[in-house]
Structures are given as C-alpha cells and as structure tokens.
Design a protein around this ligand. Structure first.
Ligand SMILES: NC(=O)c1ccc[n+]([C@@H]2O[C@H](COP(=O)([O-])OP(=O)(O)OC[C@H]3O[C@@H](n4cnc5c(N)ncnc54)[C@H](OP(=O)(O)O)[C@@H]3O)[C@@H](O)[C@H]2O)c1
Length: 265
C-alpha cells in the first residue's frame, strides 16, 4: 500500500466503488481531498484509478465490512497513512428483497453485520481518532427507509433506522469534541442497489424513475460540509415524502411499501 505524505485533507469513503459512495468520493477528490476508498470487490481498484485523475492520492482498500476483520483492515489502512482523518463517510450497505418467509437467514444476518455492526465498529475508531484531534466530520448513510417499515425488504429498513438514530445520537455526543456528524437519507436512487437486492421484479426495478446518485451525493456532501444534522437525498418529491412520513401511521406506510416491494411473480 502506498503511503500518503501530502498536506491535503484526508477522507475515508466506504462503498466507494459504485453508486452513491463513488459519487461522494468523486466530490472529495474534486475538492482537493486525498482518499482512502473502500469496496468489497476488485471494482474498487478501477474506481480508485478514476478518482486519482483529480490529482489527489487514493488508497484503495478491498475489504468485506460484514466481517470484523474487514473493518479492522479498513481502519489499519487509515492508520497506515500516518495522517489525521478529516472526513469519514460510512456509506457501504445493501438490501435484500423478497418475502421474509423465503429469504436466507444467514444472508440477512450478514446484512445486519454490514449495515449495523460495521458502522458501529468503524465509527468507534473514527470517533476516538477525531475527538483526540478536536475536529472532523462524519457522514453516515441511512435511507428514507429509516422512516417506515419496509415489508419485502423487512430487515433493511430497520437496519437503516438504526443507522439514523445512531448517527443522530453520536452527533450530540461528539459536538463538545469538535466533531460534526451528518446523516444522509437517500430516497430510491439510480445505482446497483435494487438489482443487487434482487428487486428487479418489483416496482423498484429498472422501470422506476429514481433520484440521480450525483444529486444525492452532492446534497450529502453539502450537508456534511455545512455541519447539518441530516439531509434527505433526492428530488423535491422525495423530500415531500420524507416530510409526510413523519405524520403517517406506520401501518399505512408498511402497506404502501409492501405494494411496491412485493415481487410480481
Ligand atoms: N440506491 C438506493 O436506492 C438507496 C436508497 C437509500 C439508501 N441507500 C444507501 O446508500 C448506500 C450506498 O448504496 P448504493 O445505492 O450506492 O448501492 P451500490 O451501488 O450497490 O453500492 C454499494 C457499495 O457498498 C459496497 N459494499 C456492498 N457490500 C459490501 C460489503 N459486504 N463489504 C464492503 N463493502 C460492501 C459495494 O462494494 P462492491 O461494489 O465492491 O461490492 C459498493 O461500493 C447504502 O448504505 C444504502 O443502504 C441507497
């Protein structure tokens, strides 16, 4: 692994190989940051080469964050830079579509390891590191799904609800240590996310109009840099849905989501 020896600010982005995470990493690269960019697959090497075209140093890290060892590998890569970490974006995550009666338990437990456990694990390192320096910014990706029950991706929504409340709690604690925590809550966004979740045969499949991942990332980036508590990522209609979700009964939101996420066949 190459060492980073420049005075530029340093950002860690997990899930930087594609989708929203790649677009976020791109914004940091364009804005003069060096990067530690992580992904699970070899795609992270290609993404890192793209990101390095903006003049910064980019350390690609391939690690499975559903495993504690993977989280430690990522944090070791940050430590090996020998630098202060100015920004951490905890973004890697996934969903699993399908009826709970049919979905695989081990797969769902692994989703919880990724979407919940790895966020707490990595945040522990990041928070202690930043608090010691009395500065830093953390962006944690949650979801609009944190504001409703999500039948037919029944484990996913609660995992993102955890992420949201974890981020908001951490924000309050870290204030006095000079560290700002922001939550990004994207609505349905054009990435590999729904296909990977096996949801092509639902209303979230290829025919759906989704938010631009570039717009979602830009909104998250700006909210982070401005120190906001949370931002709904997406178009005005997505933001209106988030607002309405504050007042609608959970049972009604569950029925609405079931209609959209239920496999057609
Ligand atoms: N797209 C949406 O509609 C939507 C809506 C709300 C919230 N979100 C949230 O946004 C975040 C990013 O999703 P996305 O839409 O950008 O999806 P995506 O295009 O599928 O990207 C997911 C990223 O996470 C990485 N990743 C997946 N599993 C991993 C694992 N076990 N260990 C390490 N890295 C792993 C992937 O790496 P590889 O490519 O190498 O596998 C990839 O970089 C997720 O946390 C998701 O919950 C998405």
């Amino acid at each position: 692994m190459s060492s980073l020896a420049t005075p530029r600010p340093l950002a860690l982005v997990t899930g930087a190989s594609s989708g929203i995470g790649y677009e976020l990493a791109l914004l940091f690269a364009i804005n003069g940051f060096d990067l530690v960019a992580t992904g699970r697959s070899g795609k992270i090497d290609t993404a890192a080469a793209d990101l390095a075209r903006y003049g910064g140093e980019v350390v690609p890290v391939r690690a499975d964050l559903a495993e504690a060892d993977g989280v430690e590998t990522v944090w070791r890569a940050v430590e090996q830079t020998g630098r202060f970490l100015d920004v951490a974006v905890l973004n890697a995550g996934r969903s699993i579509g399908g009826a709970f009666l049919d979905t695989d338990l081990d797969d769902e437990l692994s989703l919880i390891e990724l979407n919940v456990t790895s966020v707490v694990h990595l945040a522990k390192h990041v928070a202690r590191h930043m608090a010691a320096g009395q500065r830093g910014r953390i962006l944690i990706t949650s979801s609009l799904s944190a504001t409703l029950p999500t039948p037919y991706e029944t484990v996913y929504g609660p995992s993102r609800a955890f992420t949201r409340m974890f981020a908001l709690g951490l924000r309050e604690e870290l204030k006095e240590h000079g560290v700002s925590v922001t939550t990004l809550m994207p609505g349905a966004t054009d990435s590999d996310f729904h296909a990977r979740a096996g949801m092509d045969d639902t209303a979230f499949g290829p025919g759906m109009k989704k938010n631009s991942r570039k717009d979602v990332a830009r909104q998250g980036f700006l909210a982070l840099m401005n120190g906001h508590a949370e931002v709904v990522g997406g178009d005005p209609s997505t933001k209106r849905t988030a607002l309405k979700n504050r007042f609608l009964p959970e049972t009604l939101k569950a029925a609405r989501h079931a209609r959209m996420a239920r496999p057609r066949s």
